[in-house]
Design a protein around this ligand. Structure first.
Ligand code: SF4
Length: 233
């Protein structure tokens, strides 16, 4: 029997969402975060019906065997859906590798699905303090959950990256240093700084958006802090 998972959208081919894999991406409906840089606000409501049918996606995967090799569960925030494990089982049983994008919202849910995952992209949205997280997520401040998700990941041995989207309206250079220090301390090896793509109506000058990428001292620090660091556009 297939999973009762609520899908908000699908990307049928991606080479950037799961490094070194050709993947389909499933955007799960529902998101508790309120990132100010969100371009997918339609994915935020949890209790809405969507037009996407999970079984149709499985049919699509059936036809893509040998062309695609992986499925990425993205969001929204996939960990809000209780059927995530069943959906992972569905695609695993077809021979696909599975990746997850998450903000680490529910560490216990992450721990439950981790043994079935091949890779995780963990969003670190701000320095790991309640105040900073509140500012970067529209109110979420349970940073203990983020720390626990990080611990669970590190203990699991599953390959993962941490990444931060550099929205200059809520983060500054000092915040990136603070995030890097926390991650480095826990033993994170892979870190990505992601470019902020301006949302509609935002008049922040380009120079502000670019400052994270233009700062040579920050780049040096991040390269020294992580064996695998890169910018991501
Ligand atoms: S995690 Fe942030 S960017 Fe992604 S859907 Fe939720 S609010 Fe939008």
């Amino acid at each position: 029997m297939s999973a009762k998972i609520k899908v908000g959208g699908v990307e049928t081919f991606s080479t950037v969402d799961f490094p070194e894999h050709m993947a389909a991406v499933v955007f799960l409906q529902g998101c508790p975060w309120r990132c100010p840089f969100c371009h997918n606000t339609s994915l935020q409501p949890v209790n809405v019906e969507t037009d996407f049918v999970w079984e149709k996606f499985l049919d699509f995967l059936e036809k893509r065997r040998g062309i695609l090799d992986a499925v990425v569960f993205s969001g929204g925030e996939p960990l809000v859906q209780n059927s995530l494990g069943d959906a992972i089982d569905d695609v695993k049983s077809m021979g696909y590798k599975v990746a997850l994008h998450t903000g680490g919202y529910r560490p216990e849910a992450l721990a439950g699905v981790l043994p079935r995952l091949d890779w995780v992209g963990l969003d670190i949205k701000a320095p790991l303090t309640a105040e900073a997280y509140r500012k970067s997520t529209g109110g979420y401040d349970k940073v203990d959950n983020i720390r626990q998700s990080l611990s669970v990941l590190l203990e699991s041995g599953v390959d993962f990256e941490c990444r931060t989207t550099c929205d200059p309206r809520v983060l500054d250079l000092r915040d990136i240093y603070a995030i890097a220090d926390s991650l480095k301390e826990t033993g994170v090896k892979t870190y990505r700084l992601q470019r902020y793509r301006q949302v509609e109506g935002d008049a922040t000058p380009d120079s502000e958006c670019e400052k994270f990428f233009a700062d040579k001292a920050l780049e040096r620090y991040l390269r020294e802090s992580f064996p695998d660091f890169a910018f991501r556009s």
